[in-house]
Design a protein around this ligand. Sequence first.
Ligand code: BJ8
Length: 425
Amino acid sequence: MSDYREMWEKLGLDLQAHDGLLEILPPLYRETILSQENRPKGMEYFDFVFSEIHGLRVKELVDHRAQGGLVVGTFCTYVPEELIIAAGGICVGLCAGAQVAEEATEQYLPRNLCALIKSSLGFKLAKVCPYIESCDLLVGETTCDGKKKYYEILGQFQPVHVMELPQRKDDVDRALWRSEVRRLAERLEELAGRKIEPESLREAIKVVNEKRRALLRLAELRKSDPPVISGRDALLINQIAFYDDPKRLAEKVNALCDELEERREKGIAIGGAHRPRLLLSGCPMAIPNWKLPAIIETSGALVAMDEMCTGIRYFRHLVSEEAADLEGMLDAIADRYLRIDCAVFTPNRERIEHIKELVGDYSIDAVVYYALQFCDPYTVEAFLISQELEKEGIPFLYLETDYSTEDVGQLSTRVQALVEMLTSG
Ligand code: BJ8
């Protein structure tokens, strides 16, 4: 990584603070990810990508910009990646999963705000994220109140475009969202100094769909019992999918799936945790937030599926490839993204139905609900979900946490009690 110092310096990083961050990541990765037994060989690519998290991929972004291309940062799965690619851009997910520069952050944001938003500003203020510093534009969205107000502050540091996301899915909301998709396309065209042509958008739709198909194939393999991949490894892949090159990622995920299919046929399971099979549901887990999956999988259970934006919500729906012209493609994009069932929507019946479906499809023994403290949409929606699961007799464990490690002991005790209850019955 030392070869990249000049690049980091040019990006304006605080090298000393950045060194500090890079010292923390490898031991955490070793302890949480590499320590797992009998991992598939195909995970080596993802280990490599992670080891180069602030190196090779950032260099690709820098080179892309040097050739006149755009780099656009996003914070939410509602932002259509297809438009960014069609405008000649690279899309990078910027959600952050670690506590950074807390004191400085609290000069701008209240203490009682979700860890994800505070972490995002912390990385910016501490100048330790080469991704955000590589961006020509940041695209926000009016999802939760904390995020939409945060973008006003972030706009003091870098150009931010905010998409207005409706919170219902009626015709009037669809029309608004469709116009927001068009408005983003225009902003990107202006920035890129070129039109989004139908052919480039058609190609971008295919590329992103291929990424989703590969991730769906992997998700399908997670139905295997005994399991062929751990929840931690699957989460890592989903996290990397937010910033790696989409074509390369699809290729590597497909190669891993070939190996997993072979392992399944030969009856080779991953080491360690087998049962019970848990569904993790709730807020997204950005890199390097592996706290809860690690607790679960070292407590004798398996995260069999993740109902979250760093899980199946990210790739569940494809964009229709049927449209004949640009307007039709924009319609298809708007429709696909509005199908996402984030808790910011009301009502949000689709999410409840999807959770029940996943419980059946993945032979789930219990749902573990992961809520970030002060996240209103997910903490409040938990009630309706638990109520519904109770009716179906599915155990439900609600865990509220943040990015600190202070509550690891307490969380472990609660997860272990659940595992004991499920295995003793
Ligand atoms: S589509 S989940 S990525 S909004 S955890 S910042 S909701 S207070 S992240 Fe999200 Fe898009 Fe929805 Fe997905 Fe606010 Fe909650 Fe914090 Fe959150």
